[in-house]
Design a protein around this ligand. Structure first.
Ligand code: FAD
Ligand code: NAG
Ligand code: NAG
Ligand code: NAG
Length: 506
């Protein structure tokens, strides 16, 4: 194979770097797609994560334009002994789109960006590199919508294969629940069709754990009629520890009462105005009849008294999506967005609500330690379950995503004040302490879990907390579909509870 002399010179120096060999560069050259690797001038920007706390160095970042090229890259990675990962929107919390460690081959899917809507089947085919903002706009212009999160720049590839929660999720499910068939490139380069009827085990695995099984190249999704009215609401209170404990207890009771599926709701907690208090926000979306919002929220908001401020914004569905995305669905900034942060999650079971003791310990910790912390933070208590939730209407054995008995998913998030490094050292201790305040004050066998899209590489027992009772099946499928561990990453599914290299190959 012909290589320019200057490239040969570069390759000679790369062969000294751990994890980057001249062979793999040569094997990827001349196949019709571009790529970059350490030392190339375009590598620095290409290897930037969303979370600046990470600085992983992939061996190569590739930009295929066809499914066949994706297959070829996977085959090269397998033959040359590299792990391979997809990057769609690059919004992984722990830079998993870069491999979650040094030395992986990244398949950046940015050229897979088409969206086509078929009005006869009311389904859409969505390329994995689409950002939520573009999906919302394209479908919204046809009067259609899907369940998903709020930030315009989040990519479909990671969102629709691991979760995808937003305020329409109690009505329509998670983003991954909207996927009907999907095409996946497997570890041996095979391009597989998956659906309820084709490769159903793979279809199970890619809805919650895709990255451990293959590269999803295309998804067909069902769509829903965009609601004719959508209201985004925000009520804010500054509460002391007792009032916050009561409000959290009431929130949990309210969540389990007969509330409509058209209600999306979360509590957003942040530093209080003085030590011993906490800022308590009630935020959500209401997709039912506009004149029913007050009555729907009344049983929960009534006892809270007058908010310190409130804002209710009525409008169209597209208006509401824009509002939730911070005012714009535009995704044209090539630098996207970034932060420097640490986050973790806690999924609480509906069958075993948090106790008064746990809620009081939590309120006390965030009102005191949260006031003292140097790091800025926010906590979200997202309502996944409750009566009539479409998320919990799916059987937990139907998708790798296992949390179908959830009440809340809590996101615990601390960040540097200017969104750039360094990350304040007390950020880890504070956030870990928030989770501990609940878990350590709950029964020893409490059936809690964690939400993979808010992925946390410091979480002990994370495989189990993410996948719960689906973990044994996922491990068996991992051994079947990726026996040599081509798609391994530090936080992915392991074949067995011992090193993957121990597995005998046939
Ligand atoms: C600002 C921000 C806001 C967010 N808001 C929400 C929210 O409202 N609700 C919510 O549920 N989540 C939310 N998230 C979490 C988000 O859903 C996940 O980070 C999601 O995985 C991002 O997908 P991505 O394609 O952008 O990221 P990437 O970093 O590209 O990918 C994330 C993971 O998915 C894998 N992956 C990506 N594409 C593919 C593919 N085609 N095939 C196989 N594996 C693939 C990657 O290898 C990686 O492991 C938010 C994240 C951020 C940073
Ligand atoms: C990066 O730059 C090199 C050298 O100019 C070029 O060969 C390669 O195609 C570029 N890669 C991408 C992804 O643009
Ligand atoms: C809802 O209640 C608020 C006061 O809390 C009031 O200002 C508003 O007009 C009410 N909205 C409707 C639609 O009834
Ligand atoms: C590739 O792997 C799949 C899934 O394990 C298998 O069905 C298929 O036969 C394999 N193809 C080749 C060419 O080995």
């Amino acid at each position: 194979m012909f290589l320019a002399p200057s490239l040969l010179f570069l390759l000679a120096s790369y062969s000294h770097l751990p994890g980057v060999s001249a062979d793999v560069i040569a094997d990827l050259t001349g196949k019709g797609f571009t790529f970059t690797y350490p030392g190339a001038s375009n590598y620095t920007t290409a290897s930037e994560p969303y979370n600046f706390r990470y600085t992983y160095k992939p061996a190569v970042i590739t930009y295929p334009t066809t499914v066949d090229q994706v297959s070829q890259i996977v085959k090269v990675a397998k033959a040359d002994g590299y792990n391979v990962v997809a990057r769609s929107g690059g919004h992984s919390y722990i830079a998993n789109g870069l491999g979650g460690k040094d030395g992986s081959i990244v398949i950046d899917m940015q050229n897979f960006k088409s969206i086509t809507y078929d009005s006869s089947t009311r389904t859409a085919v969505i390329g994995v590199a689409n950002r939520l903002g573009d999906i919302i706009t394209t479908l919204g212009n046809q009067g259609r919508a899907l369940p998903h999160g709020t930030c315009a720049y989040v990519g479909w590839g990671g969102h629709a294969t691991y979760g995808g929660y937003g305020f329409t999720s109690r009505m329509w499910g998670l983003a991954l629940d909207s996927v009907i068939p999907a095409d996946v490139v497997l570890a041996n380069g095979t391009i597989a069709k998956t659906s309820k009827t084709q490769n159903p085990d793979l279809f199970f695995a890619i809805r919650g754990a895709a990255g451990s099984f293959g590269i999803v190249v295309s998804t067909q999704v069902k769509t829903y009629a965009a609601p004719s009215s959508a209201m985004i609401f925000n009520y804010n209170y500054n509460l002391n520890i007792n009032a916050a404990t009561t409000a959290l207890t009431n929130f949990q009771t309210y969540a389990m009462s007969n509330i409509p599926a058209q209600l999306g709701l979360e509590i957003v907690l942040s530093k209080g105005s003085s030590r011993g208090t906490v800022n308590f926000g009630v935020v959500g979306g209401w997709y039912g009849a506009a004149n029913q919002l007050n009555a729907t929220l009344q049983p929960f908001l009534g006892p809270l008294g007058n908010p310190s401020w409130e804002k209710v914004t009525p409008g169209s569905y597209l208006d509401s999506a824009k509002n939730l995305a911070g005012g714009s669905l535009d995704t044209s900034n090539p630098l996207g967005q970034h932060d420097t942060f640490y986050a973790k999650s806690l999924v609480t079971p509906q069958s075993s609500p948090m106790s008064q003791t746990a809620l009081n310990a939590f309120a006390t910790y965030i009102s005191n330690n949260g006031y003292d912390a140097s790091v800025p933070w926010f906590l979200q208590i997202e309502l996944f379950g409750g009566s009539n939730s479409a998320i919990n209407a799916v059987a937990s054995v139907d998708t790798a995503f296992a949390h179908r008995n959830s009440l809340f998913t809590m996101q615990l998030y601390a960040y540097s004040s200017d969104s750039n490094p360094p990350f304040p050292a007390d950020g880890f201790t504070f956030i870990d302490g928030v989770a501990d305040s609940i878990v350590k004050n709950s029964p020893a066998n409490w059936d809690y879990g964690a939400y993979e899209p808010y992925i946390d590489d410091r979480l002990a027992n994370s495989e189990f907390l993410y996948y719960k009772n689906n973990l044994p099946k996922l491990k068996a499928l991992k051994a079947q579909f990726d026996p040599t561990g081509v798609f391994n990453s530090p936080t992915g599914i392991k074949m067995k509870d011992r090193p993957n290299s121990f597995v005998h190959l046939h």
